[in-house]
Design a protein around this ligand. Sequence first.
Ligand SMILES: [Zn+2]
Length: 414
Amino acid sequence: MSRYFDEQETISREKRERSQGEALRLMAEQGCRKSSFFRKTLDGLSLEPAKLASVKELEKLPVITREALIDLQKAEPPFGGLADPEAQIDRIFVSPGPVYEPHLSESDPLWARAYTAAGLGPHDVVLNAFSHHLVAAGLTFHGGLRRIGATVVPSGTSGAQIQVQLIRDLRVTAYTGTPSFLMAIIRKAEEEGYAFRKDFSLRKACFAAEPLEASLRERFENEYGIDTYQMYGATEVGDVAYECSEKRGWHLCEEVLVEIVDPATGRNVPPGALGHVVVTRFNPLFFLFRFGTGDLSRLIEEPCSCGRTSYRLDGIFGRIGDAVKVRGLFVAPSQLKELQKKHPGIRFQLLIARTAHEDHLTVRFAGEAGSDFEEKFCGDFREICTVRIDHMERISPDDLKEGDPLILDRRNWR
Ligand SMILES: [Zn+2]
């Protein structure tokens, strides 16, 4: 079995940029003919669809959030004028809001790249424990697994006891679903007297829809011998990124164009900087350009040793509303938690002020700090948050209690 889903995953970046530009232009031209909403958007901005062939042009279009999509569809049911009214639609999924998603043809390799990268194939029997009811998850993950030849057990959200029974009786080799549900299944099996690792053959798990905490991943891998993979997508745009066996960032799928943008301006930020994950899926049916996922991430530019040439997403750092911007760069609470792990004996808090029209970042800290602590902390901070600290201030432990906010934004913008 090939390590890659197709040769597209290893083409040069220049070639990918060209073919994605071409796909974008094609979608813009089709969209202009078929989607009343998209035509209005282009007219309003005096943009020509034929020129929409690069990120530079694309970023002139507004970002459409989930909330905006709900409003659009309410105003013009069912698809908000984004879909081709004459298209033969395969399926219509419904997600809370509601958002109606006319689907993506069954020939789309949704999730198949992710499962290939996780090493799944025709030899696998996979328990698909995603919901199959209304939402896109169950059926689209099913499609991806079938595409790579795996046998699927569509167990959906059946209770943990039934899932244990299926894993045992059908000799299931892999799981796809949320990490928390897999842990619940393992606990159930243990309650019933099984030794999960010894009695069952489940050796791989591909997760989505929920963050995978590092401590949970470690338990799955070390205690239960389950090789775990993360997949990332959104119901409105399908699969977006996936982990390879290097497990250092998530490769972007070939069918989407991903931008990392400043939420205030909608413009792309440089690689390595945090920003809002905005996705355009090349789609001949549903002309949703620049869907704002609400998630915060950054791009990894360095090539991956697995041989795939795509850029990678450096995980999800939280939702855009939770982060704060310092000198134009985002700092997310999840980054600070990462720092906390590196300096366990220390309690700290960020204080952001603004003097002479410039942001000033102070880190207040308390705890067991050695003589080289400040230097080390500043270095780690710069590496993890990509922002420079202006001032370190040691305070009494009484002034910084457990549960105090990690970030104090004292800037006054009026
Ligand atoms: Zn890789």
